[in-house]
Design a binder for this molecule. Sequence first.
Ligand SMILES: *[C@@H]1O[C@H](CO)[C@@H](O)[C@H](O)[C@H]1NC(C)=O
Ligand SMILES: *[C@@H]1O[C@H](CO)[C@@H](O)[C@H](O)[C@H]1NC(C)=O
Ligand SMILES: *[C@@H]1O[C@H](CO)[C@@H](O)[C@H](O)[C@H]1NC(C)=O
Ligand SMILES: *[C@@H]1O[C@H](CO)[C@@H](O)[C@H](O)[C@H]1NC(C)=O
Ligand SMILES: *[C@@H]1O[C@H](CO)[C@@H](O)[C@H](O)[C@H]1NC(C)=O
Ligand SMILES: *[C@@H]1O[C@H](CO)[C@@H](O)[C@H](O)[C@H]1NC(C)=O
Ligand SMILES: *[C@@H]1O[C@H](CO)[C@@H](O)[C@H](O)[C@H]1NC(C)=O
Ligand SMILES: *[C@@H]1O[C@H](CO)[C@@H](O)[C@H](O)[C@H]1NC(C)=O
Ligand SMILES: *[C@@H]1O[C@H](CO)[C@@H](O)[C@H](O)[C@H]1NC(C)=O
Ligand SMILES: *[C@@H]1O[C@H](CO)[C@@H](O)[C@H](O)[C@H]1NC(C)=O
Length: 669
Amino acid sequence: MAAVSLRLLSFLCCLFVIIISQASAQTCDNSRGNYTINSTYHNNLNTLLSNFSSHTEINYGFYNFSYGQEPDKVYTIGLCRGDQNQNQCLKCLNESRVSLADKCPNQKEAIDWRGECMLRYSNRSIFGLMENNPKVLVVRLENVTGSLDEFTEVLGNLMRNLSSTAASGDSRLKYATGSMPTSNFQITYGFTECTPDLSLQECTQCLGEAIADIPVYFNGKTGGNVLKPSCRIRFDPYSFYGSTLKLDPDAPPPATPLPSPPTNNNSSSQGKSNTSRIIIAIVVPVASVVLVLILFCIYLRVKKPRKENEIKREEDNYEDEITFAESLQFNFDTIRVATNEFADSYKLGQGGFGAVYRGQLSNGQEIAVKRLSRNSGQGDMEFKNEVLLVAKLQHRNLVRLLGFCLEGTERLLVYEFVPNKSLDYFIFDPIKKAQLNWQRRYKIIGGIARGILYLHEDSRLRIIHRDLKASNILLDEEMHPKISDFGMARLVHMDQTQGNTSRIVGTYGYMAPEYALYGQFSAKSDVFSFGVLVLEIISGQKNSGVRHGENVEDLLCFAWRNWRAGTASNIVDPTLNDGSQNEIMRCIHIGLLCVQENVVARPTMASIGLMLNSYSLTLPVPSEPAFLVDSRTRSLSEHDSMETRTSESANQSTPKSINEVSITELYPR
Ligand SMILES: *[C@@H]1O[C@H](CO)[C@@H](O)[C@H](O)[C@H]1NC(C)=O
Ligand SMILES: *[C@@H]1O[C@H](CO)[C@@H](O)[C@H](O)[C@H]1NC(C)=O
Ligand SMILES: *[C@@H]1O[C@H](CO)[C@@H](O)[C@H](O)[C@H]1NC(C)=O
Ligand SMILES: *[C@@H]1O[C@H](CO)[C@@H](O)[C@H](O)[C@H]1NC(C)=O
Ligand SMILES: *[C@@H]1O[C@H](CO)[C@@H](O)[C@H](O)[C@H]1NC(C)=O
Ligand SMILES: *[C@@H]1O[C@H](CO)[C@@H](O)[C@H](O)[C@H]1NC(C)=O
Ligand SMILES: *[C@@H]1O[C@H](CO)[C@@H](O)[C@H](O)[C@H]1NC(C)=O
Ligand SMILES: *[C@@H]1O[C@H](CO)[C@@H](O)[C@H](O)[C@H]1NC(C)=O
Ligand SMILES: *[C@@H]1O[C@H](CO)[C@@H](O)[C@H](O)[C@H]1NC(C)=O
Ligand SMILES: *[C@@H]1O[C@H](CO)[C@@H](O)[C@H](O)[C@H]1NC(C)=O
């Protein structure tokens, strides 16, 4: 697959330029061979494409012909939107032909899509084949207003309705259009079409997969197109199609073209008299066309610069999407080779969702592979969609998800490899912690905060991490933090839409009390974990306890007690003798604000970002943190204290904890 370009058509109108946001796109397939100018293949292709118009018997917009002798035989398919009459159709296909000659001058296989038609050719037989690739997505950048859930549901119904109508069409036309009121008095118009050489099942499948792409790529957008060789769908908040061709159900359809949409004679006829029919036919279109043109021109005059900019962005965006979707799926064998058959020596660790292996692809790129252990309880398609979504979360402070691999029951997630170990490896080690001076730790805190803020607010998905902890913060060569294991709730199917879950994933000590006890999670439960992390980073002590001689005290409790007593410097890791006292105290303060028991009193990640960046901002006084244990100092080993705590706090069967409870599943009640 290769060069993809997108051209926008423009028209002159009332001396202003209207840019019709209907795109055309070409894909030239470099992998299927090239032809040379004036070769037999070239001549066959030209002969074939220039002969469309002599097939006057075709008035249903579907051309499928081949010409020549193997190996220079050329196969071609031309398909017009179901509202295009013969002349319009031929005109559109001719435009496609000209455009392909320009954009794909020597590829044996190429496709051109535009608003009203699609043209493709190849040196292999392409008739009756259902093909989903290459796929082109065009998104409209306007956001949905009003309820997104409602919009998604109504749109889904509309498109599925249209899909079944289109699929049941005959071998001349598999096409359907329709509209539905979506939100805020807006109407969404949709269209679905298959090449009519597909069977009902094939067409249903092709369209179904295209519709499944809507929430993945166009979530929250008012319009989008999925263009594939065998089918296409489109939805937009304005009407972009005319009335569908009426084909004679039995006899070959008449050769005369049907009326074009604006001067459509007999569209809304049935019970009405001739006079009213004519009035409707003339008055409505003329009035509305004129009105629309005037409004549009006024609109453009006011908004033209922005509009152009928007379309430009649409173009960029769309090119991204293509490369993006292609590169995500890995072959199982590739991964098996990369990880030396998942050799133990390649194992980096065992997380709550499965073992993590280090690997190297044949091109030298290093990867980390998470082999999901749990049956994730969702279908392949759903899993893929979730991976596509999570892979879109890209931020300097997030470990990048490169792709996935599906093979039988195996589900693998492929991540970028982050060279240094996780934060806990450094800060809790009496020797290694020296590598992290205050400046570095301060940067790490800032980076983690930015990463979480992105997950919470800036990304499209608004993800709650639910298991933030030192071992989930990886460090790159420059000791920049990268958060790992985000989006797992989506990838292994836990209901993230509800703020209440019966399956708790998290790590004791980092979990906010409302989450640990009642399974209620929110962005504020991540804020709690962040606060614990900050205190750990500053103190160099695990949340499970600060040791004074025999005694072990909970970190939060220890920090709070010292803060209240005005001895906050006791909290600070003694190796941090270089740091700015001001910054350190401010960070302790922020940490304590995050771990407050009262969910509402905890700051949002956005305000934490502000607090970290602006010293002039006065911080509120923290209230007492949430203690999962009572604040009595106990003389217990760390391990025991963990266990006691889990059973005490969650009040149920003790999870089987291996030394440190890493990820634990609980089913409260
Ligand atoms: C199409 O052309 C390519 C490259 O020339 C060739 O490898 C392939 O076999 C051809 N396909 C057919 C069906 O002839
Ligand atoms: C075909 O031509 C394109 C450039 O037009 C080139 O990028 C591609 O590598 C060629 N493919 C083959 C198989 O020669
Ligand atoms: C292709 O053929 C045309 C006419 O037959 C000729 O004018 C043109 O120069 C030829 N082009 C090449 C690259 O051979
Ligand atoms: C062009 O179309 C006409 C009409 O269908 C047909 O008779 C003729 O064979 C076609 N020519 C070629 C080269 O395909
Ligand atoms: C196809 O388009 C080209 C360029 O726009 C034009 O020169 C040619 O006459 C058109 N052919 C037909 C059959 O419309
Ligand atoms: C649409 O919403 C996203 C966030 O959901 C925002 O980043 C983007 O700027 C919005 N786009 C427009 C055109 O309003
Ligand atoms: C079309 O959609 C409507 C409402 O959304 C629904 O009641 C109807 O059953 C659907 N028809 C088909 C054929 O799916
Ligand atoms: C084109 O498609 C129609 C049905 O859609 C089929 O009857 C016809 O045989 C096809 N033509 C060729 C050349 O395959
Ligand atoms: C519309 O109908 C009138 C008469 O009913 C007819 O003269 C005219 O040709 C029709 N227009 C089209 C585009 O078919
Ligand atoms: C359109 O209407 C005219 C009369 O206004 C009628 O003669 C003609 O048959 C109709 N055409 C179709 C396709 O229904």
